[in-house]
Design a protein around this ligand. Structure first.
Ligand code: ZN
Length: 252
């Protein structure tokens, strides 16, 4: 938001991290890692095949024995992690939580109208339930065709997107479907700008997981880290376990 919020001088890049849209308008739709979400992202995982078996949720043929352990049709799986009973075992190629949530952030970014930078953010609570999603764009009610998308213009700040765009982090927070975001984590492609860092801190988010920190040395990012460090917000770079997640609608 640096840029979006009226920081013309710095807002060059991280316009990326903004978000505007609201993948889940009212926020209520992202209940949890429910089937639809799970299958959506899992479908994708480089592993094309399986579409009907959500990695983390019981499907029609499975029975959840203990968290994270699923066995089929009544056959119990060794709770110690040993060999499962029976010949059918759970999938092993499901995507990790981190890849899953980062994937949701990326999917959300695909909604962005910004021609130069598309960023998505996904908020997750301590139970791995998605509680907010957002991507960069103009404020609700402001036509995507009525405001400028340029990064720079002879007309100055008012003719650039920086005067109007909302970053993904801001939108994810404003779209949240739970009141406090205490101890929640935020997955976002780019390291948050200083304006988003303020929102993240004030909202109660405690962890920021990002993929790229390409503006690491910019003053805006230095300010972000300074704020995060002081406020006790942890941040870490995510290294995906899979390089590509593909969603194949035709596999349904
Ligand atoms: Zn920002």
């Amino acid at each position: 938001m640096g840029e979006a919020s009226g920081n013309p001088s710095k807002g060059r890049h991280h316009d990326a991290p903004s978000a505007t849209g609201i993948a889940s308008p009212s926020g209520k739709t992202l209940p949890s890692t429910s089937a639809s979400q799970a299958s959506m992202a899992s479908t994708a995982a480089s592993l094309t095949s399986t579409t009907k078996e959500e990695p983390m949720g019981p499907d029609r043929r499975t029975t959840v024995t203990t968290p994270g352990q699923v066995s089929k049709t009544g056959t119990a799986q060794d709770s110690q992690g040993g060999s499962p009973v029976g010949s059918v075992t759970k999938r092993e190629d499901y995507i990790s939580w981190d890849d899953y949530f980062m994937g949701v952030a990326f999917l959300s970014a695909m909604r962005s109208k910004d021609p130069s930078t598309q960023v998505g953010a996904c908020l997750v609570d301590t139970e791995n339930k998605i509680v907010g999603i957002g991507y960069n764009g103009f404020p609700r009610g402001c036509s995507d065709d009525a405001l400028p998308w340029a990064r720079q213009s002879d007309g100055g700040f008012l003719d650039t997107k920086y005067a109007y765009v909302c970053h993904a982090e801001m939108n994810a927070i404003l779209n949240r479907n739970i009141a406090p975001l205490h101890d929640c984590r935020m997955y976002v492609a780019l390291f948050p700008c200083n304006e988003c860092a303020k929102l993240i801190i004030q909202s109660g988010v405690k962890d920021v997981i990002y993929l790229s920190d390409k503006y690491h040395d910019d003053a805006i990012m230095v300010a972000s880290r300074r704020l995060f460090d002081l406020a006790g917000v942890r941040y870490r770079k995510h290294t995906p376990k899979v390089n590509r997640i593909t969603i194949d609608f035709s596999s349904a």
